[in-house]
Design a protein around this ligand. Structure first.
Ligand code: FES
Length: 170
């Protein structure tokens, strides 16, 4: 039969303020366990409290220096921003690649754009030509940023494919 039967294996009648090595290790073990559990809950709690709106990418972004953007004559796809950047004759316009049906990324095809998800099709300027898509593909406003880059503002849109062209000073 053990001499002491409490949780820290301490003799309550002993006046010696020092704790035994076994008690110290027991306290250390309990402390480490509490820290581990606290971290598990703390991390998930912080993740929960951290507003998910903060994870949304910014609505304005740079597409590069005017001379570089205009040097590319044609249309390229930016997968990060999910936009098509079209440069022609010293002008540039930026169009969304997000299908207006359920948000898949459209592909550029000979006739315009086609969505691989449910078959929506758009013409060269993004007008719906088939499928379930309810709306055309919008163009985003472009402007010259303070640092000299061409900036795109996703909050400013237009369906006017002629007015969407932006001619930056070079
Ligand atoms: S998401 Fe494009 S057709 Fe449905």
């Amino acid at each position: 039969m053990p001499k002491y039967r409490n949780s820290l294996n301490v003799d309550k009648d002993n006046e010696d303020p020092r704790i035994s090595r076994r008690s110290f290790l027991a306290i250390l073990g309990v402390g480490a366990g509490l820290i581990g559990v606290g971290q598990m809950f703390g991390v998930s709690l912080l993740g929960f409290l951290y507003p998910s709106a903060m994870k949304v990418p910014p609505s304005t972004f740079s597409i590069g220096r005017p001379e570089d953007v205009l040097a590319r004559d044609g249309k390229i796809f930016d997968p990060k921003q999910r936009v098509f950047i079209e440069s022609r004759a010293g002008r540039v316009r930026i169009q969304t690649a997000v299908c207006t049906h359920l948000g898949c990324t459209v592909n550029e095809v000979e006739t315009g754009y086609a969505c691989p998800c449910h078959g929506s099709t758009y013409d060269q300027v993004g007008r719906v030509t088939g499928g379930p898509a309810p709306l055309p593909l919008v163009f985003y406003n472009a402007y010259l940023g303070a640092a000299g880059d061409i900036m795109v503002d996703k909050t400013a849109t237009t369906l006017d494919y002629e007015a969407a062209w932006f001619a930056p000073p070079v």
